[in-house]
Design a protein around this ligand. Structure first.
Ligand SMILES: [Zn+2]
Length: 196
């Protein structure tokens, strides 16, 4: 039996709370989350546990769209990617979020669900010597009432926004002078589409 001496917080969708409770999870009204008490078998809670290792983005959880679909949605050869610092609503620490767009105003969410795009973002992040941005994976949003592919806080894994970011960050972006902003890159789609 795998147990932990430390408290383990869980991300439990509202609809599954009774199941988590039946398995022994406890509710913390202050931090509004379920958790596994010490000496309780942690195995049955695996699907609700936040990523243990933020160094490993969950590429495999993203469903890549096919090449034809990608080309169909392409309206420009250039892809603008911007990393923005963001204060986590939960732990108040600074984390990094990613915003991407083609032709600035158009948010092309599903274009980014490509392993090669994600790998490229990771490469850029390292090149810019930025601290890690949170793991990209589906997270449950109580506001929305369902799970969606999101970015999270690199410290506490709290959901900070969809992947890539759009609405919430338009305001942040509008205050940045992108011509001088360091954490911005323009990519060429042909690079991301590969040599096929
Ligand atoms: Zn946080």
């Amino acid at each position: 039996m795998a147990t932990s001496q430390e408290r383990i917080n869980l991300i439990v969708p509202f609809a599954q709370k009774d199941k988590a409770k039946a398995l022994g999870a406890k509710w913390d009204g202050n931090s509004k989350c379920w958790w596994i008490p010490a000496n309780v078998d942690t195995a049955p809670f695996a699907r609700w546990r936040p990523a243990q290792n933020n160094e490993q983005p969950l590429y495999q959880d993203l469903v890549p769209i096919n090449r034809e679909e990608l080309l169909e949605h392409r309206t420009s050869d250039l892809l603008e990617v911007v990393f923005v610092p963001w204060t986590c609503w939960k732990c108040q620490q600074t984390t990094l979020a990613f915003h991407g767009s083609i032709e600035r105003a158009i948010c092309a969410t599903h274009l980014f669900y490509q392993p090669r795009v994600l790998e490229e973002l990771e490469r850029i992040r390292k090149e810019l010597e930025l601290a890690r941005f949170g793991c990209i994976k589906p997270r449950f949003s109580r506001t929305v009432g369902s799970a969606y592919v999101s970015q999270g806080c690199r410290h506490c894994d709290a959901l900070i926004g969809e992947f890539p970011l759009s609405e919430d960050f338009s305001e942040v972006l509008s205050t940045l002078d992108l011509s001088t902003y360091r954490c911005c890159r323009v990519l060429d789609w042909s690079l991301l589409l590969g040599q096929q």
